[in-house]
Design a protein around this ligand. Structure first.
Ligand code: ADP
Length: 514
């Protein structure tokens, strides 16, 4: 600071050889000032006074900025943070009223969040009033509105142009009690972040802001920057809290809806399945001639009826499985089984379908021994049948080969065909609910797109995985599953109660996993 006082009355001789000047002590400075002519002495004293005042403001501002920084780091709740901020500003900078209000420009409204005062009596009264104040329309306080609209600091000598009616009354009441005007001059500083106006900082005091130094104004803009940032952070945190609470509520609602949907599906499917099974039974009896010989023209009609009934029963069974899976009521009856044997039997059962399409369907005996796996016989059969049946359905010509082999602790079942194949993009969608790809719905109308989805959930519950690969359209595909062999770490145990509990959304979202 010595440099600030020094050059006022000593002119430097620029031509003089550079000497190392000795620094004067404060006592020497004072002596020099005393010895100087009186006018100069007055000027220097004024300058010193000004610099000292600036220094005081600078120190106060620095302390306040540090405090505001701490407040912004320690608190996330808007109300709490705003209160600490106005308390700090009012007490450190000596304002009779310091208030923060949040502004909603679209709704043309503002809401008082915190008020503080350097005067303890006023502070107590205002803090009691602020939480009770309703939101106000911006037009009710025209000076504040001007600050919000222009985005620049605005002055007013009329409290009612700045604060809500309730607050003005409270201020005036305390002023009357204390018999001194506390806050005749106000300044409003818009709190902005980017091009968004978040709120307003209003400061009131008995001294006029016109007397404030340039430095005081600069300090205030520094403070406003920090307050705006703190408010913005708190607002984001507040919005996040609200959004996540809304999300949790929406999630609960969805879960309830999902349960209701699964229950409805289950009830509806049961009600449909019973009459359909009877229908199919009677159609079979008619076809087999139990009610007398059929006329030739009746046969194709009954054949269509039979196929339609089978399709409907398959669809209902799949829907029932899904509703059981998604509501956690899908149970597995676990036993130790020879998967090779099951595969062989299934190939035998489906051979007529392959022959009908002039396809080669072949089961390849495994090279080495394949151990048993602990599975639900009916469910694993369902998965294997789906893979082989699909290969036959989606292979116009060529062959379908079925393999079972052991790979380490796993048993691999796979079906390889020379059929329609699957593109890379379609592979991602295959195991999703109702997903049919490659125009399957056009050339194979009876599919539902549910078989693979159900298969994946069943295999998953056996602690296994489904797999699919294809070189692309018309290049055939290979569908398969890996199951843990009996006794391996991942294997289920015979008699163990396992139930599939897969939330609808989760299952749908993971549908594309391979
Ligand atoms: P669906 O056969 O009833 O349509 P799936 O869930 O069993 O239902 O199969 C879903 C879709 O996957 C099928 O519609 C078909 O597009 C495709 N897909 C399944 N298996 C094959 C296969 N072997 N070759 C080509 N596409 C297949």
């Amino acid at each position: 600071m010595a440099a600030a006082v020094r050059p006022m009355f000593f002119k430097k001789n620029v031509n003089a050889p550079k000497k190392r000047r000795k620094r004067r002590t404060i006592a020497q400075h004072v002596r020099v000032i005393k010895d100087a002519p009186s006018k100069l002495r007055e000027r220097v004293t004024q300058e010193l006074y000004k610099r000292n005042a600036e220094l005081a403001v600078r120190n106060k501002t620095l302390a306040l900025l540090r405090k505001l920084d701490e407040i912004s780091l320690s608190s996330d709740k808007i109300d709490e943070m705003a209160q600490q901020i106005v308390d700090a500003i009012a007490s450190e900078l000596g304002y009779e009223v310091a208030a923060i209000s949040l502004v909603d420009i679209e709704k043309n409204r503002r809401h008082c969040v915190a008020v503080g005062s350097s005067n303890p009596d006023l502070a107590r009264t205002l803090k009691g009033v602020c939480p009770l104040l309703p939101d106000i329309i911006l037009d009710e306080t025209p000076d504040a509105k001007r600050a919000v609209e222009t985005g620049i600091q605005t002055y007013s000598d009329d409290l009612s142009g700045v604060f809500a009616k309730g607050l003005v009354e409270a201020i005036q009441k305390v002023e009357t009690q204390m018999a001194i005007p506390l806050s005749s001059h106000s300044m409003m500083l818009p709190l902005r972040f980017g091009n968004q106006t978040l709120g307003l900082l209003s400061l009131s005091t008995s001294r006029s802001f016109k007397d404030s130094s340039q430095y005081e104004h600069e300090s205030l803009s520094g403070i406003v920057g920090l307050v705006s940032l703190a408010l913005y952070k708190a607002k984001i945190y507040d919005d996040l809290q609200t959004t996540s609470a809304e999300l949790v509520a929406a999630n609960h609602k969805l879960t309830d809806l999902d349960k209701a949907k699964s229950e409805f599906l289950s009830i509806a499917s049961h009600q449909l399945r019973t009459p359909l099974t009877a229908l199919r039974g009677y159609i079979s009896m008619l076809v087999e001639g139990d009610y007398g010989p059929l006329r030739e023209e009746q046969k194709p009609i009954l054949d269509i009826l039979n196929k339609s009934a089978v399709r409907l029963i398959d669809l209902i069974n799949n829907l029932l499985d899904i509703s059981r899976i998604e509501s956690g009521r899908f149970e597995l009856n676990l036993e130790s089984l020879d998967v090779v044997q099951i595969a062989k039997e299934l190939v035998g059962d489906l051979l007529p379908n392959a022959i009908n399409k002039q396809l080669q369907l072949q089961f390849h005996d495994p090279v080495g021994e394949v151990p048993h796996a602990v599975v639900d016989s009916q469910r694993i059969r369902q998965v294997m049948l789906n893979f082989i049946d699909n290969s036959i359905k989606y292979t116009p010509a060529g062959r379908v080969d079925v393999f079972v082999r052991r790979e380490g602790d796993e048993l691999v079942f796979c079906v390889q065909d020379t059929g329609k194949g699957i593109t890379k993009e379609e592979l991602e969608l295959l195991f999703n609910k109702f997903s049919r790809v490659g125009g399957a719905s056009r050339f194979h109308t009876e599919g539902t797109g549910l078989g693979l989805y159900v298969a994946k959930q069943i295999v998953k519950e056996h602690h296994g995985e489904v797999e699919v690969s294809s070189e692309g359209r018309d290049k055939g595909s290979t569908f398969g599953m890996r199951l843990p062999i009996e006794g391996s770490a991942k294997s289920l145990k015979v008699g163990e109660k396992a139930s599939v509990v897969i939330k609808a959304a989760e299952a749908q979202g993971n549908g594309g996993d391979k």
